[in-house]
Write a protein that binds this ligand. Structure first.
Ligand SMILES: [Zn+2]
Length: 567
């Protein structure tokens, strides 16, 4: 089982940490492809540009460099001390037919050269012929099963390839079979020809199936998805790892990578980039055939710039805005965005319920899960309403709650004149976040002297709950007991095992490994009650992951502990 945990989330995307024999990989990331026959760029340089891991081909190594790589090990051979993944040669199998090597030989070879991430010898399935495809998928499953005996207890992480995506019924069955086997990572295969035809939208359905069937704690790799303009869409759907030969193949073809596509360097007059290559060289320099390596280097800079931008946007909760922007860059990306937003369930289940802001910037904005949630909930709340732009009629009692609090001063000016009853407002806020009014009549409302906003709610001399200023979320204190009393197990709950009870009721973090059960509807960022199997209330807090993630991750945090019964 892979040592993988989530550090940040946005949409179905995540920043994760994956441990390998040669160090940690922070996902999402792309692994540059190193062709052992023709090293375009020095691995040290590649590392400096941003690569944490490389990928190379076990089949080519075995065929052309057997002696050196066996005696030196793969890390010395490539002169790279970080994690290295080796593909099995399945791609060569697709291009050249039989390659005269067995699955067992490939696995043994990968162990011998001390690879960090190995792949079984699967059968690529770039065919429209259902019968042929089905046969190939069955063979891959068969080989995966026969590999199990060999890969168990190995420190190398092994990849279970997912084949057959062109036929959803066959694909789901094959993904389900793979999910039962003891793989650390899964990789979607045979997508390169589809990407070469710009049919990116076709990748959405297989990703949905993968996210439904594969345990959350296994990173998802996409074989050969190396174009940076695709990364944000694939990450938003839950992909974690990519590999790229594109940076070098494009350079060989005189193509200059930009965040939204490629340009022929011969046709360019300016260098629209500030990487070291583009600032140290003139456009005329880069046009010279002998400077292909420099072009490859620029391409790699663009590739990693994109990865860093995606990670930063996950941290900020703005990945959706990147998708909206990119969808305008190319018709194929617009089609991809149409397909992505056509069925948002994969994203909606995993997306945090509040973010820093919700900007309505395109026709896609109304499809955002946080917009949809707010829209639906607001409709159910009674009381006076005010019309605000794209949100329509919004209860005035919710105007300080996410996402309405970011609508601008103008509207706030308008409501200043309105008389708002604080107790009624609190009751609406409670219904908005919890689907339930847990505010008794006898509470004492404390406001911030500076902003005049409601801050703390006391009851009978105790802190009942706190209103967080950033999103007007209610943080439960004594109110946790009320919510507990008024709801049925397992609604709003994370249920932990005996081992962790003592720590949790003292205020310590709730880790995934202690969780026995959760409310199946739980999303990241929700208010939660922490209980034991007998439904004894131990603490309250805020969920960090979705229900499926909490149950399937063995490492990392499930929820923050905000209040506990021993306090
Ligand atoms: Zn550049």
């Amino acid at each position: 089982m892979a040592n993988f945990e989530i550090k940040s989330k946005d949409l179905a995307g995540r920043i994760g940490k994956l441990q390998t024999k040669h160090g940690e990989i922070e996902t999402p990331t792309v692994m540059p492809v190193m062709n052992p026959n023709k090293m375009t760029l020095n691995p040290k340089k590649i590392k400096k540009i941003g690569a944490q891991a490389l990928i190379t081909n076990a089949y080519i190594l075995k065929k052309n460099h057997l002696h050196e790589v066996i005696t030196q090990g793969i890390h010395n051979f490539l002169d790279f001390s970080g994690p290295i993944m080796t593909d099995s040669g399945a791609y060569q199998l697709m291009r050249y037919g039989e390659i005269g090597i067995s699955n067992k030989e490939v696995l043994e070879f990968q162990e011998k050269i001390n690879t960090d991430i190995g792949v079984i010898l699967d059968i690529p399935t770039d065919t429209e012929n259902k019968e042929k495809l089905n046969k190939a998928v069955k063979k891959t499953i068969e080989r995966s099963k026969e590999s199990e005996e060999y890969i168990k207890d190995k420190k190398t992480l092994y990849v279970g390839p997912l084949q057959g995506w062109k036929y959803p019924d066959i694909f789901r069955e094959s993904v389900r079979e793979q999910s039962k086997l003891d793989f650390d990572i899964h990789a979607l295969g045979s997508i390169v020809p589809t990407m070469e035809r710009y049919q990116y939208h076709k990748l959405m359905e297989p990703l949905r199936i993968i996210k439904e069937e594969i345990p959350e704690n296994r990173p998802i790799h996409l074989f050969g998805a190396g174009h940076p303009m695709l990364f944000p869409f694939l990450v938003a759907m839950g992909a974690d790892l990519f590999d790229s030969a594109a940076y070098s193949l494009y350079a060989q073809d005189g193509r200059y990578l930009t965040p939204t596509g490629t340009k022929k360097i011969d046709k360019m007059d300016y260098l629209p980039c500030s990487c070291p290559i583009c600032t140290d060289n003139t456009i005329e320099d880069l046009k010279k055939p002998e400077n292909q390596v420099k072009l490859a280097e620029h391409n790699l800079h663009i590739t990693f710039e994109e990865i860093r931008q995606i990670k930063q946007s996950i941290r900020e909760g703005t990945l959706y805005e990147i998708l909206e922007t990119k969808s305008r860059a190319h018709p194929a990306l617009k089609k991809l965005m149409d397909e992505l937003t056509n069925d948002m369930r994969t994203i909606q289940k995993r997306d945090p319920i509040t973010k820093k802001h919700l900007f309505m910037v395109s026709k896609y904005s109304k499809k955002r899960p946080d917009y949809q949630r707010a829209f639906k909930k607001a409709k159910e709340i009674e009381g006076k309403r005010i019309n605000i732009n794209e949100f329509g009629e919004v209860p005035v009692n919710l105007l300080e709650c996410y996402p309405y609090s970011h609508i601008g001063e103008e509207t706030l000016e308008e409501i200043k004149g309105l008389k708002i009853n604080d107790l009624e407002k609190l009751k609406s806020i409670s219904e908005y976040w919890l689907d339930l009014d847990i505010i008794p009549e006898d509470v004492e409302i404390i406001k911030s002297p500076k902003t005049g906003r409601i801050r703390n709610i006391n009851r009978k001399g105790n802190l009942y709950l706190v209103i967080r200023s950033s999103d007007h979320m209610m943080l439960l204190h004594e109110a946790a007991r009320e919510l507990h009393k008024r709801t049925e197990y397992p609604k709003h709950r994370i249920i932990i095992n005996k081992e962790a009870e003592e720590f949790v009721e003292r205020g310590e973090t709730i880790f995934n490994k202690f969780v026995e059960e959760t409310d199946p509807e739980l999303k990241p960022g929700e208010l939660v009650l922490i209980t034991n199997k007998d439904d004894r209330l131990l603490a309250s807090g805020e969920s960090y992951l979705s229900a499926k993630e909490i149950m399937e991750f063995k490492k990392g945090e499930a929820a923050k502990n905000r209040w506990n019964i021993k306090k």
